[in-house]
Design a protein around this ligand. Structure first.
Ligand SMILES: Nc1nc2c(ncn2[C@@H]2O[C@H](COP(=O)(O)OP(=O)(O)OP(=O)(O)O)[C@@H](O)[C@H]2O)c(=O)[nH]1
Ligand SMILES: [Mg+2]
Length: 327
């Protein structure tokens, strides 16, 4: 993912690296290339327009940072704007409930059941949680068995009541989790080909009955631009706390990842990167931006320059402090 975008952005950036000065003239060539690269990566055109205008404005208006060459400063602005576009700070998953309750929702085949397993594994490994999986997809014939197989592979218990009412199952599962001291409950729900009223009502009822701390929408990144419509469809009915983009390992242009946050304000919390149970990463906007720009060497240089700036700032502060103290 993002390989093409990364290559094209790097080409654009290489051009500007050598410039001694950034002007309206020499920057427009480069921003045009960046704009095309983003559009080709399937980023929403409104998002692209705003992004380019921000980058332009900042790079022309920015105070000259003595430690960076103009081209490097441009790269820094580009990276910072990309981080913002991807959501800024990393948004953590809720972990402090006893039990914490999480529900995964999404269209059919988006990766909910697989992701439940991956999340449970991550919560156990990284956050030392004791998770319980709950089978609330009672419609697809093999859904319960699929979750049980995952549970068995990970040695994590699955709560199911066969084809009982999903709302009852969810409520009973929470009771069971409290009794048996599970501190994280992950609810798998049924998917549909399209967002329909029946599915939404069921999800709303589960939400009202168990009041989850997290409702995460699982999205297949292959849906591209349509991701925004899917999120809006779910978000107007359910208070989503985040999204998980799956199948980023596939042949996707990645534009959805870059458009979602800006257009819907729903943060991406995780990304799925393989079919395997360890194929789930927490989403760090900063790391993703660096990966997209693929410029380890430039980034290191920029970070060093920033440290120098910080030192300068610190010295200034210290001077002021000494002055105050000596009065
Ligand atoms: N390559 C890849 N495959 C994935 C990823 N996440 C899920 N899959 C695959 O996508 C397919 C569908 O996954 P499921 O977990 O069954 O999806 P679901 O949303 O539960 O589907 P329904 O219950 O039918 O709505 C499976 O073959 C998974 O192995 C991912 O991040 N990368
Ligand atoms: Mg499923």
């Amino acid at each position: 993912m993002f390989e093409n975008l990364g290559d094209r952005l790097q080409n654009a950036v290489n051009k500007i690296r050598g410039y001694g000065k950034i002007t309206e003239d020499n920057i427009s060539d480069v921003t045009r290339e960046i704009r095309l690269a983003l559009l080709e990566a399937d980023v929403n055109y409104k998002v692209v327009k705003e992004f380019i205008s921000n980058v332009k404005e900042k790079s022309l208006g920015e105070e000259v940072n003595k430690s960076l060459k103009p081209g490097e400063q441009f790269v820094k602005i580009l990276k910072d704007e990309l981080v913002e576009l991807l959501g800024g700070e990393k948004k953590d998953i809720y972990i402090s409930g006893n039990p914490s309750i999480l529900m995964l929702v999404g269209l059919q085949g988006s990766g909910k059941t697989t992701t439940i397993g991956k999340l449970a594994l991550l919560l156990r490994k990284k956050y030392k949680k004791n998770p319980l999986l709950v089978a609330c997809d009672v419609y697809r014939p093999a859904a319960i068995d699929q979750l049980k197989t995952i549970g068995k592979e990970l040695n994590i218990e699955v709560y199911d009541e066969g084809k009982n009412n999903p709302i009852e199952i969810a409520k009973n599962a929470i009771k069971y989790a409290k009794e048996k001291k599970f501190n994280y409950v992950l609810i798998d729900t049924a998917g549909r080909l399209h967002i329909d009223e029946e599915l939404m009502n069921e999800l709303k009822n589960i939400n009202e009955s168990v009041n989850p701390n997290e409702i995460l929408l699982v999205l297949d990144s292959m849906v591209g631009q349509d991701a925004v419509n899917v999120i809006e469809g779910f978000n107007s009915e359910l208070p989503l706390t985040g999204a998980i983009l799956t199948k980023l390992d596939g042949d996707t242009r990645g534009g959805a990842a870059l458009s979602i946050r800006h257009l819907t304000h729903v943060p991406i919390k995780f990304v799925g990167t393989s079919e395997k149970m360890d194929g789930l990463d927490e989403f760090y906007p900063d790391r993703m931006a660096t990966r997209i720009l693929g410029m380890g060497d430039i980034m290191t240089m920029i970070e060093k320059a920033e440290e120098v700036i910080d030192e300068d700032e610190a010295k200034k502060l210290l001077k002021g402090w000494n002055r105050v103290n000596s009065i």
